[in-house]
Design a protein around this ligand. Sequence first.
Ligand code: 173
Length: 323
Amino acid sequence: MKMLTKLAGAALAVGALFAAAPASADEVVLRAVSSFQQGSLIERPFARFVEKVNAEGKGLVRINYMGGPSAMPPFEVGNSVSSGVIDMAFVTAAFYTNLLPAGDGLKLTELSIQELRENGGWEYINELHNKKMNSWYLARTGDGNPFHLYVNKPVEKADLSGLTLRVTPVYRAFFEKLNASSIQTPPSEVYTALERGVVDGYGWPIQGVLDLGWQEVTKARVDPGFYTVDVNVLVNLDKWKSLSDEQREFLNKMAIWLESTNAENAEINKEEAKKQADAGMVVYTIEGEEREKWLDTAREAGWEQVIKAAPDDGPRLRELLTK
Ligand code: 173
């Protein structure tokens, strides 16, 4: 909370400095925070979004991008957008399961966000965010970017006995179902946990390992990947309602553009896999029946955790998100 207070203080100071600047009376300024490190691959879509909004929204909407995990602990970002400490958040649902337990299911989607906007899935997800965390579900990034297990000990089968793994809610049910022990940490603690041998591996998407320097302390990636990254743009609901129709339409147009950039992930994934290999990381590929078991366990343990945590909302979410 100390950091939050400092952040709010800094915002006020900056606000005071520019109070006399000639801002258009109709321009709204949205204070935004990312739960992922600025300049990293996971964060890049949001950085591009902010740039585009600020370039094209002059006089209408401006995003004041206040920072990433050094400005606010990632597991606090959901609380902050919900309460209105910030107006906009770039955050994965795994970091706000305290507010929206069903959000854990977003990683389990088998449909793209474009398809979910067609089949009513987006509407339902938005309704859950409105009701449970006072937020508008503006956009989803991450489609086409799967999660993987990364390890420093050999993994040949769908069995993780004897391994202690760093998790978030994304991976916990799956890894534990395959007999791993788990420790939850934010991304900022992964490097040290590996370096000290506190964990034998961790879950993370195909993208971004090298941004964080983890290739230095990681032997191998386990294939296949599983699930789909969801990193979402949320807007505090009171703030969203206070915007004009024109401002909301503009932000929706920007959101659709942001979601269209998900199509770039296939290419980025290839580049990332190559960079990991160039850095000396090897790949353990689980094959045949074990591969089926790996993927089935991921899916079933994932939904089981969602439905247990959100018995009212989980089943409907599963209907809308799966084929
Ligand atoms: O921290 C994590 O491993 C995690 O849950 C996550 C979620 C989305 C994107 C990247 C990481």
